[in-house]
Design a protein around this ligand. Structure first.
Ligand code: COI
Length: 358
């Protein structure tokens, strides 16, 4: 792969004490072009803007998908990627649904590792912060016809970040909407299509105007069952059971953090159920006092404890006194323990990045 290095690094311009999310970018990006029916060889080049046709098909019709994964720096200084092969596999699932040509997964993983090896110094050192890696593919045809594009661009960019809802584990409020819908049966809810996020913004804004951080989506047909939350999957602890919506409807994203949390929870001996969960069941449990905890899981969000649940026509449910509960704390410690290399990687989830040869 051809690598063109930035002559002078931007590392010193980064305020590692106040990263936020997506404010700063690393020195390089990966670019791979699809044309004449094939993906061409990737290149690593300096991170920079690039020109785009005003008629670019993505700008108009949104044929675009993305992924989110992270690299973590441990106390030992080693940078580790977390389950990157799962993100690449999911990118290909999204590609298929959005009629985008798929990538060679092994080759993509190698290219990703090369990019992160080069830019690993951008991985922040504190617990809760990480290098967020954004692979994405979008249509490039400069043509206004509504059709599957013939040309694409795959890119990977990297941004040092704090956790999406803040560096420390803290509660958020979520609003279950009986008005808006994220995904329909047969739609694109199970893939990371840019359009899923575009259509969520107005609804999320309405929730924010009511004083909630995010929207909790209920099923698109009856607004009866819980699907997911704005930027994460959702889990409830009712009684002594961890319950999360099933993936079977094809309307929620198969989160890699979700999968990791379920695996850890089962191995901790917790009772775990993946099933349809009616919002009314959550409300009833909240009123009866059996809703012990609720938390979101996501790459960007990590573990986001939920302290308050609202919806139309009801009083808010306060979960665990609006405090971080023991289930969320335990899962956070276990998951981040593995990600930051503090605990043994008992599942083989991490990929260590080698220090560059000087
Ligand atoms: C992620 O968790 O990586 C996501 O994709 C959420 C993002 C849209 C902030």
């Amino acid at each position: 792969m051809n690598v063109t290095k930035r002559p002078a690094s931007k590392l010193s311009e980064i305020d590692f004490s106040n990263l936020g999310f997506g404010k700063f970018y690393s020195d390089h990006m990966l670019v791979k072009v699809y044309e004449h029916g094939a993906w061409k060889e990737s290149e690593i080049v300096p991170y920079e803007y690039f020109p785009i046709s005003p008629a670019n098909i993505t700008l108009h019709y949104g044929q675009s998908i993305f992924e989110g994964m992270k690299a973590f720096r441990g106390d030992d200084g080693i940078v580790r990627l977390f389950r990157p092969e799962k993100n690449i596999a999911r990118l290909n699932i999204s590609a298929e649904r959005m009629a985008i040509p798929q990538l060679d997964e092994k080759e993509t993983l190698n290219e990703l590792v090369e990019l992160i090896t080069l830019d690993q110094d951008f991985t922040p050192p504190h617990l809760g912060s990480s290098l967020y890696i954004r692979p994405f593919i979008f249509a490039m045809d400069p043509n206004l016809g509504v059709k599957i594009s013939d040309t694409y661009r795959f890119m990977i960019i990297c941004t040092p970040v704090d956790a999406y809802y803040g560096r420390n584990l803290q509660t958020v409020g979520i609003f279950a909407s009986k008005t808006f819908t994220r995904a329909a049966l047969g739609g694109t809810g199970h893939v990371k299509a840019a359009a899923n996020y575009a259509q969520s913004l107005y609804a999320a804004k309405q929730a924010q105007l009511k004083g909630f951080k995010q929207i909790m989506w209920l099923d698109g047909r009856d607004h009866k069952y819980v699907d997911e939350v704005g930027t994460m999957n959702i889990m409830f602890v009712i009684g002594d059971t961890l319950i999360t919506p099933t993936l079977e409807q094809g309307t929620i994203l198969a989160g890699i953090t979700r999968d990791s949390v379920l695996r850890i929870a089962r191995d901790l001996g917790w009772k775990v159920e993946e099933r349809l969960i009616a919002f009314q069941e959550v409300v009833d449990a909240g009123r009866k006092g059996t809703l012990q905890e609720c938390f979101g899981t996501g790459t960007a969000a990590t573990i986001a404890p939920v302290g308050r649940i609202g919806s139309e026509g009801m009083d808010d449910i306060i979960v665990n006194g609006n405090e971080v509960g023991p289930y969320a704390k335990k899962i956070y410690d276990e998951l981040l323990g593995i990600q930051y290399g503090k605990l043994p990687d008992r599942y083989g989830w991490t990929v260590e990045i080698k220090k560059p040869k000087k």
